[in-house]
Ligand binder design. Structure first.
Ligand code: ADP
Ligand code: MG
Ligand code: MG
Length: 905
């Protein structure tokens, strides 16, 4: 009976021997991997892990779960038996570390406390046990320092200062030169600091130390820093952290001891080799803290050959076991090697592709798994032009790599100058302390943006990423003085007009012009570099192989948004399988604007027909070229979408012109009429005004002219033995009636052209689904549409009630900071809102018309996460800008690939 009851009780504590690497949700990454290594038979100091479930209870209720204390006690008992010591026992103390470890690594967010169990009494025991006074007092001062800072919230600098003073007093520079007596004094000093700052004594009871440390780890989940980090990395806030209690091993027991970190491969190139750092006579964070100089790991071979060989052996075991690059932490205690941590290591984008194919070649993973080891975001990074590695550079400083790319230009310190200079053909880098919505025009005008304040979600970063513009933000060493139009970095002064180069992929800022080289990956996609060629680099070969695999497995087709033959041809080279969106409005600008103006101003049918007649052959020629470029592939042409006033002069400029003319009494008839038209067409909310299908319905002849141009162009291409596959798309439909009217007219025009030319044209007619009403009545609309293309930009605007141009620059930063969304819904599709409308429209549309073709042509079509969503809801294709096509192909492959068992995010 009691057994039954017990088995239902939640288990909050797992011995290292009980877990494994698949239990990251419960044991956190560190705990799961410590258990995995233990079970592999690697030398891991014994210990146990308190689950994230316990943390969740603590965070919800403010108290640890009732059962936790007893469970910890029994695991501690077992640990003490195994080690033959008791926690903090005066003559033979067991010491432990209390370490945080969440599911996803959050570097530097939650601290670890080492040497728990030391007290005024047990420090003596430790000294005797180790036969080393200095070591014991060094360990004790470290405990008080870490415990004071992490658990008791004492300002860490106070301890640092005291340590500095002790070194100064002794005229030494490194902590290892302090002897036992010095450290003993330091302990007294540290305890005083604790007493004054925390208002309590440093706890002498070892179990109290441990319990307080455990709670502190729970608490650390919710520090501001940790919350911000999670928001930026899009880690859910309710996961909680696990706590690892691990028996101590000591790297600070003299020169035959030490501690180090290592990678099983080079995280930059992916190549196998010995990569890491080692520090003799040191504990824990000393390696990364940079207080003493580490030596390259390879030197460990001279220092301690036995441990080195064993470490190499273990690294190989880990690689073969995890089938991936691992990073590890280890400690050597008097010639005995201990493993303290491992995890699948972070890597650069280039290394990710290289490592994935290297592992396939080694037979460790298959192609499906290789596909999961890379991401579209990494591929996108590899496609930006970059600074020439070989170039001699003058590094000024570095900030946060906020939006990738390599930008070079003259320094300007305000938006006005940015705009003025860029108009006269200069390339400029806009440098600000931080940006705000007033800087928008300057941000558009410049090559890149550099700020000295703000992080990855600052205004500059968010807006720059949205515009695809290079940005380095938060470069705190730069002192930006906008009044004097200069910035200072240490000794260096950069004046307005001086050339600077910024690298949005690394955050580095250079003085002068650093030469930019095109990305080899783009050269490859462009067909200018062949993966098989002798001089092709390893990276290109890896990208080629992984792309080929993605193309083989993906179900989604990938089309391009392209308006002219040039873009279409590039899209084709990049692997586009058609055009998903050809916007016709660009075809109405330039020289043709005058004709469009006439059309808008036309008073009579005759005048209107006259201008339409002049536009027709021009439009037709555009389509002939496009269909030729895309011969054999579908081309979806969207009929005119934007409000007409976009084709008329600016209202203010025109008013001024008319007023000036009036004062000179030489009125221009045309200007007056134009002004009237501008006034007539002026709208409060043009986005929701006279545009899309509404234009087609109220301007007679406009849409039919466009349809005729498409039909005649298709006929001409057929005559030339081409294979045009035009699809006509009606924008902004809200109800099936709109579509029916336009369709009837279109069908008639097509029939006329077929009769005139004697050529049968199979032109599909479909609609965009970009208004909530269209999505909600998709079943009806499908009666009149042969295809749907989801216009997720407008759909996002109308579902959220956001005007994109207005909201992104004004309050999105605040929304991101408050965590209302982790990413802009214009960047990644909002699955719950916009996405659910897409999903139901897909179902309703297909229910009406099972062979309905479904695609998406909003910018989401090239966004990795959104591509997965479109795959899941069963679209036929995504369409995106030519440059994003490889990313979409890769992600479509990843979405379709069934490989499981990957830890990669
Ligand atoms: P982080 O997640 O910051 O790396 P860790 O929990 O890994 O934190 O611990 C910080 C440092 O202390 C690391 O260098 C680790 O190797 C070391 N450390 C942790 N536990 C022990 C232990 N039981 N014995 C010796 N060193 C330890
Ligand atoms: Mg660690
Ligand atoms: Mg639209």
């Amino acid at each position: 009976m009691s057994e039954n009851k017990d088995s239902q009780v939640v288990k909050f504590v797992y011995d290292f021997t009980e877990g494994n690497k698949n239990l990251k949700d419960l044991l956190g990454g560190k705990g799961a991997n410590l258990a995995e290594m233990t079970n592999l038979g690697l030398p891991v100091p014994p210990g146990f892990t308190i689950t994230t479930e316990a943390c969740k209870v603590y965070l919800d209720s403010g108290e640890e779960p009732v059962a936790l204390r007893d469970e910890v006690s029994s695991h501690l008992d077992a640990l003490e038996k195994k080690m033959g010591k008791k926690l903090g026992q005066a003559d033979n103390p067991l010491l432990v570390s209390v370490r945080s470890g969440a599911k996803f690594s959050m570097p530097g967010m939650m601290d670890t406390v080492l040497n728990i169990g030391l007290s005024d009494k047990s420090v003596q025991g430790l000294a005797k046990q180790a036969g080393d006074d200095r070591f014991a007092w060094d360990s004790y001062r470290r405990l008080i320092q870490m415990f004071g800072k992490t658990v008791l919230d004492v300002d860490g600098e106070l301890f640092e200062d005291a340590l500095e003073k002790a070194k100064e007093a002794k005229k030494v520079t490194v902590d290892t030169d302090l002897d036992a007596a010095d450290l003993k004094k330091l302990v007294t000093r540290f305890k005083k600091i604790v007493k004054t700052e925390a208002g309590r004594d440093f706890p002498q009871d070892p179990r109290e130390q441990m319990d307080l440390a455990i709670n502190a780890v729970f608490e650390s989940w919710n520090t501001d820093r940790a919350k911000l980090y999670r928001r930026q990395e899009r880690i859910p806030g309710d996961l909680g952290t696990a706590v690892n209690v691990c028996s101590m091993v000591f790297g600070n027991l003299g020169p035959d001891s030490g501690t180090g970190v290592a990678f099983t491969r080079d995280p930059a190139s992916g190549h196998q080799g010995v990569y890491g750092d080692y520090l003799q006579n040191a504990q824990g964070e000393d390696v990364v803290a940079g207080i003493r100089n580490t030596v390259p790991l390879a030197e460990l071979e001279q220092i301690d050959k036995k441990s080195y060989d064993q470490l190499m052996q273990i690294m190989e075991t880990l690689e073969n076991h995890y089938k991936d690059l691992c990073d590890i932490e280890f400690t050597i205690e008097r010639g005995q090697l201990w493993m303290l941590q491992t995890r699948v290591g972070k890597r650069t984008a280039g290394a990710a592709f290289r490592i994935a194919t290297q592992l396939v070649d080694q037979g460790l993973i298959d192609e499906a798994e290789a596909l999961q080891r890379v991401s579209g975001a990494q591929l996108a990074q590899l496609m930006f032009p970059r600074f020439d590695d070989e170039a001699k550079v003058d590094l000024l400083g570095r900030g946060i790599a906020a939006s990738p790319g390599a930008a070079v230009g003259k320094a300007v310190f305000d938006s006005y100058t940015a705009i003025k200079w860029s108009r006269s053909g200069e390339k400029v880098i806009l440098i600000r302390r931080e940006t705000n919505p007033d800087d928008l025009d300057g941000m558009i005008a410049c090559e890149g943006i550099l700020t000295s304040r703000g992080g990855k979600t600052s205004h500059a970063a968010v807006v720059a990423r949205g515009m695809g513009k290079t940005c380095v933000c938060g470069a705190e060493d730069l002192e930006v003085d906008t009044k004097r139009r200069r910035m200072t970095i240490g000794e260096t002064i950069v004046e307005e007009g001086d050339v600077v180069s910024i690298d949005g992929s690394t955050g580095k800022v250079y003085l002068g012009e650093v030469p930019v080289v095109p990305s080899p990956v783009v050269e490859y996609f462009e067909g200018r570099m062949h993966a098989g060629a002798d001089d092709a680099d390893e990276l290109v070969g890896a990208v080629h192989r992984i792309m080929a695999y993605a193309d083989r497995v993906r179900r989604l087709r990938v089309r391009a948004n392209a308006d002219n033959a040039e873009d279409a041809l590039r899209a084709r080279r990049f692997g586009a399988q058609g055009i998903g969106l050809c916007r016709t409005e660009h075809m109405f600008l330039g020289d043709r604007r005058e004709l469009v103006e006439k059309l808008i101003l036309a008073d009579t049918d005759g005048e209107r027909e006259e201008s339409l007649k002049l536009l027709l052959p021009l439009q037709k020629q555009d389509f002939v070229e496009l269909f030729e470029a895309m011969d054999g592939l579908p081309v979806t042409v969207r009929l005119l979408d934007p409000p007409l006033h976009e084709f008329l002069p600016d209202i203010t400029e025109l008013s001024v012109r008319v007023a000036l003319a009036e004062s000179r009494k030489d009125n221009n008839e045309n200007d007056l009429r134009l002004l009237q038209a501008v006034h007539r067409l002026h709208e409060q909310n043009p986005m929701l005004g006279l545009r899309g299908v509404r234009l087609g319905l109220v301007i007679p002849g406009l849409f039919t002219m466009q349809v005729r141009a498409i039909a005649e162009a298709a006929a001409e291409r057929k005559n030339a033995k081409g294979d045009p596959r035009a699809e006509i798309m009606i924008p902004l439909v809200g109800t099936v009636q709109e579509l029916e009217i336009v369709r009837e007219e279109a069908d008639q025009v097509i029939a006329e052209v077929e009769e005139q030319t004697g050529i049968k044209l199979k032109l599909a007619i479909g609609t965009m689904i970009e208004l909530p009403r269209a999505a909600l009545t998709a079943g009806q609309i499908a009666e009149a549409a042969q295809f749907f293309s989801f216009g997720t930009n407008d759909l996002t605007q109308t579902v959220w009630g956001f005007s994109r141009d207005d909201v992104e620059a004004s309050f999105f930063t605040a929304y991101l900071e408050k965590g209302i969304f982790g990413v802009s819904p214009f960047e990644t599709i909002d699955r719950d809102g916009v996405g659910s409308l897409v999903k139901s429209a897909v179902e309703a549309g297909r229910a009406t018309r099972p062979d309905l073709k479904l695609g998406v042509c909003g910018e989401h079509g090239g966004d990795p996460e959104s591509v997965h969503f479109f795959h899941e809801v069963g679209l036929d294709y995504v369409s995106c800008s030519p440059f994003r096509i490889p990313v979409a192909r890769l992600e479509a492959g990843r979405a379709a690939s069934t490989s499981q068992g990957s830890d990669h995010r």
